[in-house]
Design a protein around this ligand. Structure first.
Ligand code: FE2
Length: 215
């Protein structure tokens, strides 16, 4: 779905209570209807006086951020990044039972040796990310998987990496339920990951790079 100005608060692909007990209802409600809505509103407010950028997608606003007028550049970077990252994060979870499979499973085992190795590295990186940000699982142009901790609302897009999954590590993503215990939240999030969506994203990345026959 191509989005541009005015950006909208897209509905979640499930109900606020659907991810219980892993991600609680109150957190989902505030995260989506308050935090994400604020980022959407901020982005529209910033872009409103600049009709020449009203056709820009979130991806373009991030990839070509330097072309924006200086007075809105950082604000658009932050808020377009936040809208992109949150939509991606919410769609990367599901109340349905899904399993790591397909080409993504093959690549993950190739690049991290085993599920246990991947989980351990992911867990440590998520735990150690200082302050607010996201841990991204992304694919490079050859389909190789990388883990990328990024601060604030930064995305892997400017590094020409294709996002596969992201874990929101801002305290607003877990403080209501887990307080300061980020490790508990990371464990809970793994129970809600939408591996089917992650596989779809990875296959799309391979297709986009015409790599599906080379790995
Ligand atoms: Fe968030």
């Amino acid at each position: 779905m191509i989005q541009c100005y005015p950006f909208e608060l897209l509905p979640l692909p499930y109900l606020y209570d659907a991810l219980e007990p892993h991600i609680d209802t109150e957190t989902m409600f505030f995260h989506h209807s308050r935090h994400l809505k604020t980022y959407v509103d901020n982005l529209n407010r910033l872009l409103k006086p600049y009709p020449e950028f009203h056709e820009c997608t979130l991806e373009r606003l991030l990839l070509e951020n330097k072309k924006l007028p200086e007075e809105i550049r950082q604000g658009v970077w932050n808020n377009a990044g936040a809208v992109y990252s949150h939509q991606f994060f919410f769609a990367g979870m599901t109340p349905n039972s899904t399993k790591l499979s397909g080409k993504l499973k093959d690549a993950l085992f190739l690049d991290f040796k085993s599920w246990e190795d991947f989980y351990e590295v992911f867990f440590e990186m998520a735990l150690k990310l200082f302050g607010s940000g996201y841990l991204w699982l992304a694919a490079d142009e050859r389909g190789k998987l990388v883990l990328l901790p990024l601060p604030n609302q930064d995305t892997p897009l400017p590094q020409l990496l294709t996002p596969i999954l992201n874990l929101d590590l801002w305290e607003h993503a877990y403080y209501l339920k887990h307080r300061n215990l980020r490790a508990d939240y990371i464990k809970a999030w793994f129970q809600a990951v939408n591996w089917a969506e992650a596989e779809r994203r990875y296959q799309a990345a391979l297709l986009q790079n015409a790599l599906h026959t080379s790995r």
